[in-house]
Design a protein around this ligand. Structure first.
Ligand code: ARG
Length: 455
């Protein structure tokens, strides 16, 4: 393979540790796409003949068909996808095939391929993330008035609507999409033509190949082009953040599906049974989404540790970027799609959410606010009075609204019957009209704005 310089072949273990064809064959389409653009440019610049270009194009198209028909014989001794495709091309068309690699190296070739591959993957993931936002928005609209307990520290805090809760995730996904769009913007520069590391003496036109491959332009420095992988790290970082967000919703679905909460149900389509316990309906998809950040964060750690301290420029270490990247993309794709599916499938149980609101005194803040608003108490004093009323209700085992006016007045004699009007979850939620608040009217506005801005 290495022509004149070598007389002996590699040790078996050398071949084994060196080969990447087992996983980088996933790049075949981008590799062929890159070679088509490169040979076009070489011909346009007069570096190769037009007939050579035509033969190269014909050969590459046939190779793509062979691969897609499962008829291509991938060879480990040819190391990687680049050498496999090129060797086959030479086998098919002879001399013109041997001219393809003019003014190019596998170093710029591989990273052009990976950028093209990740760009496509990012577009696919963004579509799925938009689907997820749409699913969340539909449910948020449907449940804009549905009351549920809002939690801090997983302790009952204040009533919210289920729609408002779901809208929180719409915002998280919006920022995640922004981070990934940023990553796409930065990766969309073409390294092809950087050659091994120093550029090339052939009169190539890097702007032409960049344009024909859909890049915004060529990368500016040939050494950076072949020696950097931060676009992969950026994807893994932003992807990890998104996976973490998905895992939080997944955890909530698991919790909401539990007997204790019972806030939502998932249909048979998103649950599994037990091989021994006939009553079971387990939220396995949610649990797997909850688990996926491990893969994304693991990939970030793998690739950043692999890159750490590497001298410029290309080192074979960098071949190890692909498996974590491919796994991260697959994991994230599955997680987003499964989450969108679960959200679509999910049915709320407002009765169980109301049961939840009967515990933990979620309208205590409304009571304190009433004392401030109506009696003019300083908030800290109102907080104290309310705390005493909560303690009284707790010792009697009743809700705040079940205390008699006499019991209330024993703590603060100026309290009137009017106080009961703020102690229902519906009144509490309706009063939260501040921008970004949980009042159903605000939730509907937020849904409309998000549909306009995010979908
Ligand atoms: N298979 C290699 C990779 O995945 C391609 C680049 C090889 N370049 C080299 N000079 N050995 O990174």
């Amino acid at each position: 393979m290495w022509g004149g310089r070598f007389t002996g072949g590699p040790a078996e273990i050398m071949e084994k540790i060196n080969a990447s064809i087992g996983f980088d064959k996933a790049l075949y389409k981008q590799d062929i796409q890159g070679s088509l653009a490169h040979s076009d440019m070489l011909a346009a610049q007069g570096v190769i003949a037009a007939e050579d270009r035509d033969a190269i194009h014909r050969g590459l198209k046939e190779i793509q068909e062979e691969i897609e028909a499962g008829k291509f014989d991938f060879k480990t001794e040819l190391e990687d996808i680049h050498m496999n495709v090129e060797a086959r091309l030479r086998e098919k068309i002879g001399d013109p095939g041997a001219r393809l690699h003019t003014g190019r190296s596998r170093n710029d070739q591989v990273i052009t391929d990976v950028r093209l591959w990740l760009r496509d993957a990012l577009d696919g993931i963004d579509d799925l993330m938009r689907d997820l936002q749409r699913a969340l928005l539909d449910k948020a609209e449907q449940y804009a008035d549905t009351l549920m307990p809002g939690y801090t520290h997983l302790q009952s805090a204040q009533p919210v609507t289920f729609g408002h809760h779901l809208m929180a995730y719409v915002e998280m996904v919006a920022r995640d999409r922004g981070r990934l769009a940023d990553c796409r913007k930065r990766l969309n520069e073409c390294p092809l033509g950087a050659a091994a590391l120093a550029g090339t003496s052939f009169p190539i036109d890097r702007h032409m190949t960049a344009k024909s491959l859909g890049f915004d332009g060529p990368t500016r420095n040939s050494m950076d082009s072949v020696g950097s992988r931060d676009f992969i790290l950026e994807f893994l970082a932003a992807g990890s953040i998104h996976a973490v967000h998905l895992s939080r919703l997944a955890e909530e679905i698991v919790m909401w599906m539990s007997d204790r909460f019972g806030f939502v149900t998932l249909s048979d389509a998103f649950t599994t049974g037990s091989s021994i316990m006939p009553q079971k309906k387990n939220p396995d998809a949610a649990e797997l989404v909850r688990a996926k950040p491990g893969r994304l964060l693991g990939a970030f750690i793998s690739v950043s540790t692999m890159m750490k301290g590497l001298p410029m420029t290309f080192c074979k270490d960098m071949q190890e970027d692909k498996e974590p990247l491919f796994d991260a993309v697959e994991s994230l794709t599955l997680a987003v799609a499964a989450t969108a599916g679960m959200v679509d499938d999910m049915t709320a149980r407002p009765d169980r959410m109301m049961d939840g609101l009967k515990q933990g005194f979620p309208t205590a803040t409304d009571l304190a606010d009433w004392l401030v608003r109506v009696l003019g108490l300083p908030f800290r004093d109102a907080h104290h009075v309310t705390g005493a009323l909560v303690a009284k209700a707790e010792s009697k085992g009743v809700d705040l609204a079940d205390l008699s006016i006499g019991e209330m007045q024993a703590v603060e004699k100026r309290i009137t019957d009017d106080i009961y009007s703020v102690l229902t979850p519906a009144a509490s939620v309706a009063s939260r009209m501040s921008f970004g608040g949980t009042a159903p009217a605000r939730v509907r506005e937020a849904v409309a704005a998000a549909r306009k801005d995010y979908l």
